[in-house]
Design a binder for this molecule. Sequence first.
Ligand SMILES: *[C@@H]1O[C@H](CO)[C@@H](O)[C@H](O)[C@H]1NC(C)=O
Ligand SMILES: *[C@@H]1O[C@H](CO)[C@@H](O)[C@H](O)[C@H]1NC(C)=O
Ligand SMILES: *[C@@H]1O[C@H](CO)[C@@H](O)[C@H](O)[C@H]1NC(C)=O
Ligand SMILES: *[C@@H]1O[C@H](CO)[C@@H](O)[C@H](O)[C@H]1NC(C)=O
Ligand SMILES: *[C@@H]1O[C@H](CO)[C@@H](O)[C@H](O)[C@H]1NC(C)=O
Ligand SMILES: *[C@@H]1O[C@H](CO)[C@@H](O)[C@H](O)[C@H]1NC(C)=O
Length: 498
Amino acid sequence: MLISSFVTLSLLASQASLALAKANLPPIPADKSTPIHQRLSLTAPQTISVAWNTYEKLAKPCVQYGESESSLTQTACSTSSVTYKTSRTWANSVRIDGLKPATKYYYKIVSTNSTADFFQTGREAGDMTPFTMVTLADLGVVGPDGYTLNGDASKRDTIPQVDPSLEHTTISQLAKSVADYEFIIHPGDLAYADDWQEKTHNQGDGQNAYEAIIEQFYDQLAPVSGRKPYMVSPGNHEADCIEGGYKLGVCPQGQYNFTDFMNRFGAISPAAYPSSSQNAAAIANAKKARSLAVPPFWFSFDYGQVHIAMIDTETDFTNSPDGPGTTLDAGNFGSVGQQMAFLEADLASVDRSVTPWVIVAGHRPWYTAGSGACKPCQAAFEKTLYKYGVDLAAFGHVHNLQRYAPVYNNTADAAGYNNPKAPMYVVIGGAGNIEGHSSITPRQSYNEFAYNDSFGYGTLTFHNRTHLEVKFINSVNGSVLDQSMLYKEHKDNFVNQS
Ligand SMILES: *[C@@H]1O[C@H](CO)[C@@H](O)[C@H](O)[C@H]1NC(C)=O
Ligand SMILES: *[C@@H]1O[C@H](CO)[C@@H](O)[C@H](O)[C@H]1NC(C)=O
Ligand SMILES: *[C@@H]1O[C@H](CO)[C@@H](O)[C@H](O)[C@H]1NC(C)=O
Ligand SMILES: *[C@@H]1O[C@H](CO)[C@@H](O)[C@H](O)[C@H]1NC(C)=O
Ligand SMILES: *[C@@H]1O[C@H](CO)[C@@H](O)[C@H](O)[C@H]1NC(C)=O
Ligand SMILES: *[C@@H]1O[C@H](CO)[C@@H](O)[C@H](O)[C@H]1NC(C)=O
């Protein structure tokens, strides 16, 4: 969400160099090859990309891997080690191809100071094994530069380790329940490093405060994102130089125009998977989608029973809220109409006999309680989601948890959860960040759940080709806040409701 009350802090940039000591910059390890900010991504079928940062440029980033922890016999390397002007770290990435699907591998980032961890590879399109995935958004740093809660340290697990003093309820809960889900999608707003001025002790620190928060956040996320594929798309906070009145001319480079976001996720996000369908039009449409995708902004992937498209609600469509010339002045990342053409081709390519379920995720919702609905987003995307029978759409931006009955054009689908034509919608922006919660009133009649009492996230469990279970989880203790089941017949291989 965007904070609307701006404070004028126009002298900040000039003061930045005078106040370095204030920023809580993480200590730089003596061994600068030490991997930090580990994150995994599904980049293509039978592939996992491993990314991590270091406090030095790596000439040849490498990862050793194998199916047994004691014999990491294979090695994958790249020359991908990138940074930007105001960053202290380099983002390294290696793509590991030719892996068996749905298989546990051990991996060790090659460094004189690293340890082995493990991941499970993605499920092949059409693998009907039931599984659960997590969906969350608007997750920020915890600690002196972000929010804190008075948590109970005894409730937290130690493997993977999340420092209990951080009281990071959502990341702790995701770490604690890491065996219960297979991957995470996070459509926008990571870290909230652009909110550095919200803490008075940061004021005057400029880019150091920004970099301190972004480094702390990815340190905190690593126990989860280094174990599970962590799929992201952009939110306004990835391009925000305006909160607190911090103007474009003096904005740290990472904070502007999705620079840090692209640096971390550009090389590891997928475009679109080749079609697993026998249908010639599906194969051609998937190929077209692949050529129009602009990861990490808009892209898609398949995972077992589900096809997931991640969209960019910030730039690259008519009246997009953060496009060139808007307050945030970001993008564009494709040619005119490219994102919409991608989405059309991508959704048209989905053969429901292979992947019965279709999910779309983006940052800004058009159905939400309280304020924050994105009308241009609705105008741009809603028809396409309906036309291709998208089953569920997940959005963040508004800081709470909400469930909408299937709805189209602001009218509830009369079928409800029993084989509707319209998508079901959820808002999963309640993961927790320095800006706190958003109001849950007023609510439309078809808003069936709205919660802003503590932080939480959503889980989607794909039982089989007809049943999708949606839950909201309370990050404080893992309890289920809300539970629903969507039934879809999925009898047509290709849905076209135009
Ligand atoms: C080795 O890595 C750990 C974290 O993984 C870090 O705390 C430690 O400082 C590193 N050691 C050196 C010598 O850099
Ligand atoms: C943002 O970055 C993209 C890609 O690098 C570039 O094409 C675009 O012009 C930039 N937008 C602005 C407003 O600088
Ligand atoms: C949406 O609903 C409005 C009335 O609320 C109607 O005028 C319009 O034609 C509808 N649009 C579509 C695409 O069904
Ligand atoms: C939660 O929602 C209620 C009802 O809309 C509102 O009164 C309250 O201020 C919200 N809490 C926060 C922290 O925004
Ligand atoms: C699909 O899953 C639901 C929920 O677990 C179950 O009730 C239903 O019987 C399953 N359908 C089939 C065909 O197995
Ligand atoms: C979980 O925490 C909430 C407060 O956030 C509390 O209302 C609920 O009773 C707790 N549930 C369990 C099972 O501990």
